[in-house]
Design a protein around this ligand. Structure first.
Ligand SMILES: [Zn+2]
Length: 311
């Protein structure tokens, strides 16, 4: 009976359609999260907060590793190549990042969206149209929560570009994060107000953006990167300044060597406190789940103590 055969064929076709619909539904919901490679911890923090369960984030510079010295291994370049999104700060921080991204995209033709999250020219660091020397630019913008918000905006755009379906979720998460960053900014501003001192001694000059925002000056035992340690004459000047200004604390970061800080502290009778440049977390911080927000609150406390602020 032709009608009956037609019905059976129709039923089979419908079944096939339903099965394939279910399959693609499963694919989009369970597998295939957006894979993201980040370089440093603040980028990981922001991406995980905005991306939520739609993303898996893999950070190249592991906890406890000095981030300025990092060079990617071939396996890292492959990981970038296999990811949907590669997020870095700025060539002033990751001089290798653009090459790694280019090399990875040449490998197999699969496209990885790459996002540079810092535009230092827009942050007022344009050197009068002269040729740029990235080594003199301060990339540590994440230590000012409002500049971290700008990084988050760039990460949000990139996530939406890679995964438009997640747009609403990403935007909602980014809005919530921006509120947290604003609250953090207010907390720091309050803690670092009405201070007896307006200068701090830090292990490397990572805190320029924070210093500019909250109105203090940093004196470095090393330069923009921890490897540019001050020589003996520069160190003698730092020791002299400590005496002149009545500084009582040396703010040492957790990951690099504290040799210079210990020497200066012994010489000047100052106390060591931790101030975290938040490039990566220590191994303990990572295993305990200590976040960017937690560490920034500790930083505000250390600055408040070091400058003897009222609140
Ligand atoms: Zn640094």
């Amino acid at each position: 009976m032709p009608t009956r055969i037609t019905s059976i064929v129709l039923l089979l076709v419908l079944t096939a359609l339903v099965v394939s619909a279910c399959k693609s539904d499963l694919d989009s919901k369970q597998g295939d999260k957006v894979t993201v490679i980040t370089t440093t911890y603040p980028l990981t923090f922001i991406t995980e907060r905005i991306g939520g369960s739609r993303t898996t984030v893999n950070q190249l510079v592991k906890p406890g590793v000095e981030a300025h010295d990092f060079e990617p291994a071939p396996s890292d370049v492959r990981a970038i190549s296999n990811s949907d999104l590669f997020i870095y700060n700025h060539p002033a921080f990751e001089s290798w990042a653009l090459n790694a991204a280019t090399a990875s995209n040449n490998d197999d033709g699969a496209s990885t969206v790459t996002v540079q999250t810092i535009n230092l020219e827009m942050a007022g660091e344009d050197h009068g149209g002269q040729a740029h020397d990235d080594s003199v630019l301060d990339a540590h913008v994440w230590l000012n929560p409002l500049e971290a918000t700008e990084q988050a905006e760039r990460i949000l755009s990139a996530l939406i570009e890679v995964d438009p379906e997640g747009s609403q979720t990403y935007t909602r998460n980014a809005d919530a994060l921006a509120i947290e960053f604003r609250a953090l900014d207010e907390l720091i501003a309050k803690r670092v107000s009405n201070c007896e001192l307006d200068s701090v001694v830090v292990s490397h000059l990572a805190f320029g953006h924070m210093a500019e925002k909250y109105g203090f000056a940093q004196i470095g035992l090393a330069g923009l990167s921890p490897e540019f340690e001050s020589g003996p004459s520069q160190l003698a000047k730092v020791i002299e300044r400590i005496g002149e200004l009545g500084i009582k604390h040396i703010l040492q970061e957790p990951i690099v060597s504290d040799r210079l800080a210990t020497t200066v502290s012994a010489e000047t009778g100052t106390e060591l406190l931790t101030l975290h440049p938040l490039e990566v977390r220590t191994k303990d911080e990572a295993s305990e789940g200590v976040t960017y927000i937690d560490i920034m609150k500790s930083n505000a406390e250390a600055l408040g103590t070091a400058m003897n602020c009222a609140s």
